[in-house]
Design a protein around this ligand. Structure first.
Ligand code: ADP
Length: 231
């Protein structure tokens, strides 16, 4: 058998942290010498006590912030060596679900969900049809004509998830994405994530829910006090 081509092997790495140290302005280090490799196709949970640095690590993975030391690679590119156009291309491959849902109140629910699809060049009618299908999937078709600001926290979270997945992102990053929904809806959303994972989306979810991990088992990355704990 021919030797594996290292260039091909490494091209399957979706995200990589190399000896990353990170602090906010005038704070002690929030992440300390974290190295982590996420190959394409993985589904991993990120766990750890509150304040361990999970959200900060996720923010590094979608270029919301940058390391103080060390490097972050996304789809093979060192993010601090990319230009604005390259970063825009990388961002289009990433879906994110934040703890605050950041829906646009002046757009309909369907258009909130359709927006990433429109930005990536799909026509309005197709994007809206896909958005409606996902809104049905997250169980909110009865709310389709509601203004975003009239939705409950859990409903907004479900819309944010529909928006995050509509582009079938290569990488989906979720920060407690099922934190405001009940177990039945959490299971439905995890089923959607697992479906996306099977068709090629790499998934990293921060969660506090041990029962979620038990119901949908995947490998776990543990952070404690800004340091990675081996599994
Ligand atoms: P987790 O998601 O595990 O709860 P975070 O990454 O949110 O952890 O926070 C890690 C540490 O960084 C905490 O001590 C938190 O107070 C601090 N922190 C988070 N965001 C900021 C910020 N914008 N400015 C200063 N410190 C922050």
């Amino acid at each position: 058998m021919p030797a594996r081509n290292p260039a091909v092997a490494s091209s399957n790495i979706v995200a990589q942290l190399k000896a990353v140290t990170f602090s906010y302005r005038n704070t002690p280090n929030v992440l300390e010498n974290v190295s982590l490799t996420i190959p394409g196709g993985e589904f991993r949970y990120l766990v750890g006590p509150s304040g361990a640095g999970k959200s900060s690590l996720l923010r590094l993975l979608f270029m919301d912030t940058y390391p103080t030391d060390g490097s972050v690679l996304l789809f093979g590119s060192d993010v601090q060596k990319t230009n604005a156009k390259e970063r825009a291309t990388i961002r289009q491959k990433i879906g994110i679900v934040f703890q605050d849902f950041r829906l646009l109140n002046n757009l309909s629910l369907a258009d909130n969900v359709a927006l990433p699809r429109l930005i990536s060049g799909e026509n309005l009618q197709v994007a809206r049809e896909e958005a409606l299908e996902l809104i049905r999937w997250v169980g909110l078709d009865h709310r389709i004509n509601s203004a975003p600001q009239t939705l409950s926290g859990g409903e907004r979270q479900r819309i944010a998830i529909a928006r995050a997945v509509i582009n079938r992102p290569k990488l989906l990053i979720g920060d407690e994405p099922t934190g405001s929904v009940d177990d039945a809806m959490g299971d439905r959303l995890l089923t959607l994530f697992e479906y996306l994972n099977r068709i090629g989306t790499t998934i990293i979810l921060a969660t506090h829910s041990k029962s979620l991990i038990d119901r949908f088992p995947h490998p776990v990355i543990t952070l404690e006090d800004g340091r990675l704990i081996e599994d």
